[in-house]
Design a protein around this ligand. Sequence first.
Ligand SMILES: [Mg+2]
Length: 239
Amino acid sequence: MTKPAKLPSPDDFAHVRDWVFDLDNTLYPHHINLFAQIDTNMTAFVAELLQVDPVEAKVLQKRYYHEHGTTLAGLMLHHKVDPNAFLERAHAIDYSALLPDEALGAAIKRLPGRKFIFTNGTVAHAQDAARALGILDHFDDIFDIVAADYVPKPAGSTYDKFASLNRIDTKKAAMFEDLPRNLEVPKALGMKTVLLVPRNLETALLETWERVEHIDGDSVDFITDDLSGFLGHVLGDQA
Ligand SMILES: [Mg+2]
């Protein structure tokens, strides 16, 4: 197993024509914790749907997440839930914690080639978040859970669908993600992979149930806690 590098040189990304970004905890930092609001909404949805208390709803929600990749996939399979109703409720959140990130917008704009958001959330959620960050206009397209037929990353079929729809040559593409498991398929497809980690990784490891998985150096080329700074190195701003 190789250890992921921290800083890239422009040469590492010189062949890249398509830049693919996950949304949550990637285009904005983990500590913003927008997902806490989505999580609470999902729990409330499950509690109302199944007429159980929030504690029981939470247990079921996390079980479906682990067994089916998303809470929604489990709800659709076991309870015939209407995905749109669930997704609308889940993403009915307050985006005011997201502030315009001018440095990030400028860096993304300067990347040579096309830029995509590839999210297990919805287009509406990605648009709302990217608009709040002031970076929405820099993206060519957004591929969401609806476009993926509700089959979330890390399913290989979903990456294939994304790549073929957008005619992406994965050997000339880069993927930015905060979940290591979502970089395994991209790495196998020949993409450059960049893992976003929280600023205080050790604390986050203790606090976040999602991050119990270890970081697999085989599928991660680079690791960073600062997306703008990282892109600055890719663009050759820093020697
Ligand atoms: Mg994410």
